[in-house]
Each structure stands twice: as C-alpha cells, then as structure tokens.
Design a binder for this molecule. Structure first.
Ligand code: SF4
Ligand code: SF4
Length: 326
C-alpha cells in the first residue's frame, strides 16, 4: 500500500511517456511470471529479491546503439566504448525521469541497472563472471521485446541485438505484455555471432561468459587486479615505475573515469547479427567476418546437424522459454 495519491495510468500512456523521453523500445513484464520462471543460471534473482512492495511489474526500456559506432568493426575500438557509454548514460537518465514521472502519478518505482553486479556477492576471484542484479535480457523477453539468440543475447525485431537495456520495478497497475513464442535467432545455420567472437565464447545457445568478459569489459575489475598484481610481483624498481606509467595503466585510468571499456566493450556478436530492420544500414560494413575459421565452421555444422536430428542441446532445453521455438 502506497502513501502517494494514485492517478489512473495505462500501459499505453506509460509507453508514450517513455518514448517521449527517448526510449526506443518499451515492454512491461508481469512480476508474478518472473517469480514463477526465474532464469536458469545459479543465483538468478527475481523482483521479489529486490523489493517486497514495488515489483509487480518490470518495465524494460531499450535504447539502440548508434549506427555509426556499430559500423566500426574493430573489437578494441575506444570510440565505440565511449559512444556506448553515452548510450548507457542517456538510458539511465530516461529511466530516472520515468521513475519520477511514475512517482508523480502515485506509484513508487526503482531502476535496475544493466551493468552493476550485486555488491554483496564476490568470491575473491576477479576473473569470475558475475551476473547483474536482475537478468535484463530475460526480463526483456518476458516483456515481449524479443527472444534470446545463440550467444544468449537479446534479439529484437527492430534493432536485432543492438540495444542496451535498463528496467524499472513498480507496482503501478499496468497491463503486462505477452512474450514472443517463435525464436528470432536463425540458429547455427547463420552462426555469425559465433564466427565473429574474438574469445570464441559462443556455443550452442550458451556463452562462456568468463572468456567473453575479457573482451566485453577489457579494462574492468579483472584487468585492474591483473595489472596491479603484475606491478606488485615485479622485482625491478625501475620496471615497476615504468608499469605505473604504462599504456595499460593509462587505459585503466581512462576507463575508470567514464566507464568506457569497463561497462562497455566488445559487442561484435550483437553487431553482426542479421536480424533487425536496422541491419540493411549496417550490411555493407559488417557482412564480412574476418574472424571466421575452419574450426568454427565445423563446430557450427555439427550444431546444425544436431538440430536437424532433433538433438537439441541441454542449454536450449533449459532456456527454451526465452529462446523460443526454433
Ligand atoms: S561480446 Fe564479444 S567476446 Fe563476448 S560473446 Fe560477444 S563477440 Fe564474443
Ligand atoms: S548472428 Fe545469427 S545465430 Fe547469432 S544470434 Fe543472430 S541470428 Fe542467431
């Protein structure tokens, strides 16, 4: 029960407001369904783990990446990291405006960020992959925005996987959207996300997140821990000093300043996906995949053969709800 005066609002009105603030896609998930179907990875959280009062609806907002930066094919491209960080900052500002608007309508709400991990969960291992507080890709599927692809990325009909997400929890009485049933991913017969991955982290509807993190967050906490350990272990005082002034240290400092290279990084598996109405504006720059290798092609062929024989992998079976029917 809230102490605020509640105005009548509808899902349509809420979405109009979110779009007017700059969101490109908006969907509403039913919190009760998210409780019933939590993501399958260990430690996955649901709205009730975050709030006892304001989690009946999960509003998922998406902002598209700018086309100019997606057309930059290099993985270690700091312009890309910086532009993506601006997209995130804009999305966070839109989310906050929407939270305040919901409060003005009488409904408390809070933002779930896409990048921050649970501050209470740390296992003393900088390389270990850590999940965000709530899986926004799974929430986005429940909110009807798209389905998950071969690399567990969210794919939308409008922008393919080329979106950034935030979510708001609220108990405003908004009509929830329906999940899509059919997979948007074209599967291993496409496999472009697997072919391009510099970490070779993409499997059959799953991802080696630990391998991916080194590229997805190239100057993140694990890079900082590794770099500082190397400095501490270096016996030569002159070399130690040089390491303090090195390019690695400079990138880490720059990244901590803005988050570019920490909360943003590689997104090649999103860039090259042919799904999405926007892909025709990207095709000339992204069609060629230089990272392709015979080993990757052979693996994709084995995945395709398994699908033809109806031998779907365990990863698909456990995540079928979010991947959709293939
Ligand atoms: S973000 Fe980069 S490293 Fe990670 S799965 Fe995608 S392509 Fe591979
Ligand atoms: S690149 Fe192809 S295989 Fe990968 S997610 Fe997109 S459609 Fe699916």
């Amino acid at each position: 029960m809230t102490m605020l005066h509640e105005h009548q609002i509808s899902a349509t009105r809420l979405k109009q407001k979110a779009h007017s603030l700059g969101a490109d896609l908006v969907g509403i998930a039913d919190g009760a369904i998210m409780e019933q179907f939590p993501p399958s990875f260990p430690g996955a959280q649901t709205p009730r783990d975050i709030t006892d009062h304001d989690g009946e609806r999960c509003i998922v907002l998406a902002k598209r990446y700018s086309i100019g930066t997606t057309r930059l094919p290099r993985v270690d491209e700091r312009h890309k990291y910086y532009n993506d960080e601006l997209t995130l900052t804009e999305l966070e500002a839109i989310s906050l405006e929407l939270v305040l608007w919901l409060e003005d309508q009488g409904y408390p709400a809070l933002i779930i960020p896409p990048t921050h991990v649970d501050p209470w969960v740390y296992f003393g291992e900088p390389d270990q992959h850590m999940q965000t507080i709530l899986s926004l890709t799974h929430a986005a599927v429940e909110a009807g925005l798209g389905t998950l692809g071969l690399a567990e990325q969210l794919i939308t009909p409008q922008y393919g996987p080329r979106v950034m997400l935030t979510a708001l929890l609220t108990s405003a009485p908004l009509e929830a959207d329906k999940k899509m049933d059919e997979a948007l991913c074209k599967g291993p017969s496409c496999g472009r996300c697997l072919q391009t991955c510099p970490a070779d982290a993409v499997r059959h509807y799953e991802r080696d997140w630990q391998a991916c993190d080194k590229f997805r967050s190239p100057h993140g906490f694990h890079a900082l821990a590794d770099h500082l350990s190397e400095i501490i272990d270096e016996p030569d005082p002159q070399k130690k000093k040089e390491m303090l002034r090195s390019k690695e240290q400079f990138y880490i400092w720059q990244s901590m300043l803005r988050g570019a290279g920490v909360v943003t990084g590689c997104r090649r598996c999103q860039d090259v996906c042919p799904v999405g109405s926007d892909y025709e504006k990207l095709q000339d720059a992204l069609d060629e995949i230089p990272e392709t290798s015979p080993e990757k092609t052979t693996r994709l062929e084995s995945y395709s053969a398994a699908e033809k024989d109806n031998r779907l992998p365990a990863a698909y079976r456990t995540a079928k709800r979010w991947i959709g029917t293939i």
